[in-house]
Design a protein around this ligand. Structure first.
Ligand code: F6R
Length: 614
């Protein structure tokens, strides 16, 4: 989704802003632009459709020696991706420039009002009207920040805005409204930065502060001032961030996705560190600020998330019911809030969001908050909005995930849900200590087992080569294999643009079986478990209809040798932990198929890493 960078200080602003935008590319975008003050204090504007390189080409040799500027990568919502709709957007006289993330819901009403006053628009965006309104206020002598406050008061929706004005080169003002997209301020020496996320700031400073919804900031070279919605000054702590910008480099891998898939043994280890303990073997999760009484009084757990995070939630449901013995359900965050959920203070809501800014998940959390539910969130991003809403946060500690397709953070989420379930089970007295000890020991073996799964990469690459030209795939699984089937299909769609359907295998004969023929391969998740025989029947049914089957089986499983066209053998792990090894071939198969097809693996078309619009 849209990315924002701003800089004011003593160094050349143009390269800093463009380099910052480069770091936000992973969010997904379709045009980019910058607004810089040249040496006379006039605004230099450049915008280009397509990737950042198009903008870089456009500005080549013309970048002014500016010390203040703002930049934007746009993910189109209102108006197609083209130069006119790219940000920064200006007022007609070019006195105010703004960049924007999120949606201004009543933009059409505001636009009509401005048009009636004679305002002429040059884009189809919901953003441009803000530039008009700001400029109108500034022309009346109203201070730029106060003008922004007045505009925000009348502009509905969830969004963030960053503005500059030719009347005050060197000053950047910004607002965060609602949950769509954060604003981070970077504090340097004699310079300050503004960005939609931390990654853009880290090469320059690790000292940051975050805007909360409803807050404003006034950023100058030597000072930063924060205001609340009423325009009252706010004190804000400056936090020191632990992430190192260099950690975001590809580290010798061809793509971030491949690097992040290979990081999973360490991801899982980092997620367990200090939480999975050996003497005695038990789990002590941090981030669960609930008393024994509160936990014992729980009658239900609802786990919410979107996309891959929701698939992790489905594995978590199994863990909560099995180990904590609490009825658990999973909901897509975007559906949850609109189905009048029945919630109370005995319903624990667990949200999962890698970014911690996913607007649908934030909305679901708001709903839960209104109902008085205790809440815990699983998140990878310190300071993210979800971590401020929940009562407690269990951090993934996965480090930055740069590829748009989530991989390592799904493994972290599944592992943490396993830990939360064991912890809650012990607090409720429903978990046999021996079961807990066995699960802990089994989980501590995971880094090795995931490493073994990664060793299958060459085998998976060969399989990918055989099926890469297929245009449709079916993924089937039962029990814990079902979320893996959904995730396998999602990954394949995302990175290779192949149409793929994930189904609970029992559902196959209720419709999807009609699709099966020799051109549609099926990936069948069939580890040796209580539903193995049923999976074998499903595979037989596919083969009877000439469909090719890639079967994902347990180590040394031979029951499908004559049936499946290709076999993927999973390393041996405890049955409850199979998803943590089975997800690896799902990820690698998609990756290698995408590679054969020449797709943009790290930044698939139309997708965004941080989804800040509903
Ligand atoms: C899939 C993917 C998305 C995210 C979803 C939620 O590879 O990355 O489906 O899982 O957008 O994102 P978070 O977890 O950041 O809330």
């Amino acid at each position: 989704m849209c990315g924002i960078v701003g800089y004011t200080g003593h160094r050349p602003a143009g390269p800093i802003v463009i380099e910052g935008l480069r770091r936000l590319e992973y969010r997904g975008y379709d045009s980019a632009g910058v607004a810089l003050f040249d040496e006379r204090g006039e605004l230099y504007i450049a915008r280009a459709t397509g990737k950042l390189d198009a903008l870089v080409q456009r500005v080549e040799g013309t970048l002014p020696p500016a010390v203040c500027g703002i930049g934007h990568t746009r993910w189109a919502t209102h108006g197609e991706p083209n130069d006119a709709n790219a940000h920064p957007q200006l007022d007609p006289l070019g006195r105010v420039a703004i960049v924007h993330n999120g949606i201004i819901e009543n933009y059409d009403v505001l636009r009509k009002e401005v048009a009636e006053r004679g305002g002429l628009f040059s884009s189809e965006t919901d953003t441009e009207v803000v530039a008009h309104l700001l400029a109108e206020h500034v022309a009346r002598g109203i201070d730029l920040l106060e003008a922004l406050r007045l505009v925000v008061a009348g502009a509905q929706g969830a969004y963030s805005l960053v503005a500059v004005s030719v009347d005050e080169p060197g000053r950047i003002v910004a607002a965060r409204v609602g949950n769509a997209g954060g604003i981070v301020i970077g504090h340097g020496d004699g310079e300050h930065l503004v960005a939609s996320d931390l990654g853009a700031l880290l090469p320059h400073t690790r000292r940051v502060s975050f805007l909360e919804p409803g807050e404003f900031v006034d950023v100058r070279r030597d000072a930063v001032a924060y205001l609340d919605a009423e325009g009252q000054p706010l004190e804000k702590a400056v936090e020191e961030q632990p992430f190192d910008a260099v950690a975001t480099a590809k580290g010798g891998y061809k793509h971030f996705m491949l690097k992040e898939v290979h990081e999973q043994p360490v991801t899982v280890l980092d997620a367990m560190r200090g939480r999975y303990l050996l003497h005695p073997a038990r789990v002590e999760m941090d981030g669960l600020p609930f008393t024994v009484e509160q936990v014992r009084a729980l009658t239900r757990v609802v786990i919410v998330g979107m996309g891959t995070s929701m698939h992790a939630a489905m594995v978590g449901r199994h863990y909560i019911e099995r180990f904590a013995r609490i009825p658990a359900e999973v909901d897509n965050s975007a559906e949850f809030r609109y189905r009048y959920p029945v919630l109370d203070e005995h319903t624990l809501v667990i949200s999962i969001s890698q970014a911690g800014e996913t607007v649908d998940t934030l909305a679901a959390m708001d709903e839960a908050k209104r109902a008085g539910c205790p809440q815990v969130t699983i998140c990878n991003t310190p300071g993210a909005q979800t971590t401020r809403v929940a009562d407690g946060t269990v951090f993934m500690r996965s480090g930055p995930e740069v590829a748009v397709a989530s991989t390592k953070t799904m493994s972290a989420s599944m592992l943490l849900l396993h830990g939360i379930a064991l912890h809650l089970g012990r607090m409720r007295g429903t978990l046999d200590p021996e079961v807990e000890a066995r699960q802990v020991t089994a989980a501590l073996h995971l880094p090795v087992a995931i490493g073994e799964a990664l060793e299958m990469a060459p085998h998976l690459q060969r399989i990918a080569g055989r099926y890469a030209q297929c245009e449709d795939f079916l993924f089937l699984g039962r029990g814990l294999g079902y979320p893996m089937a959904l995730e396998g299909a999602l990954k394949l769609k995302e990175v290779s643009y192949i149409h793929a359907e994930g189904y609970a295998a029992g559902e196959m004969k209720h419709g999807p079986i009609a699709l099966i023929d020799e051109s549609m391969p099926t990936v069948a998740l069939a580890p040796r478990d209580e539903v193995f025989d049923k999976m074998r029947s499903n595979i037989q049914q596919v083969r009877a209809r000439h469909g090719a089957v890639i079967a994902v089986v347990s180590k040394d499983e031979h029951a499908l040798d004559d049936l499946a066209n290709d076999l993927i053998e999973l390393p041996a792990v405890d049955a409850a932990l199979v998803p943590l090894v089975a997800v690896v071939p799902m990820q690698l198969l998609s990756y290698y198929i995408a590679l054969v097809r020449g797709a943009d693996v790290d930044q698939p078309r139309n997708l965004a890493k941080t989804v800040t619009v509903e």
